[in-house]
Design a protein around this ligand. Structure first.
Ligand code: ZN
Length: 132
């Protein structure tokens, strides 16, 4: 299993990722199982510093307590409604945060949601892939 492997994908080639409106130009997929997360044009590119624990199966996520290894990620797809996602699951609340996971293979976190803001959902570009 290489679930905790650091992904060092280049996310600076943004003109390739973004439409002219700053939305995702390609279908966004789960890196692990290829499940569809977002359809093209459904999410807006957002820069925000969010901490996401290292990728692992959901069973591992729900038992994490205290200090957690992970990454501070800054490049995300933002949507204001969870029904915009094609396929996404949530972890149990971690404080005031819910993490988003792949609904099919349950790998995550792929994204971040605050219970204090019901209209903001972020998924990290580095934790996802896109259709060719
Ligand atoms: Zn998946």
């Amino acid at each position: 299993m290489a679930d905790n492997q650091q992904q060092s994908k280049d996310v600076t080639g943004r003109s390739d990722l973004l439409s002219e409106e700053g939305k995702n130009s390609k279908t966004v997929l789960c890196q692990r199982c290829g499940s569809k997360v977002l359809c093209p044009g459904m999410a807006v590119f957002a820069e925000k510093e969010l901490f996401l624990p290292s990728m692992r199966k959901k069973s591992g996520l729900s038992t994490t307590e205290g200090s957690v290894e992970g990454d501070t990620l800054t490049a995300h797809w933002f949507v204001d409604d969870m029904y915009t996602f094609e396929n996404v699951g949530f972890t149990k609340d971690v404080g005031r945060i819910k993490y988003l996971i792949c609904a099919d293979c349950e790998i995550g976190p792929i994204g971040w949601h605050s219970l204090d803001d019901k209209k903001s959902f972020y998924v990290a570009l580095e934790r996802l892939t896109r259709a060719a």
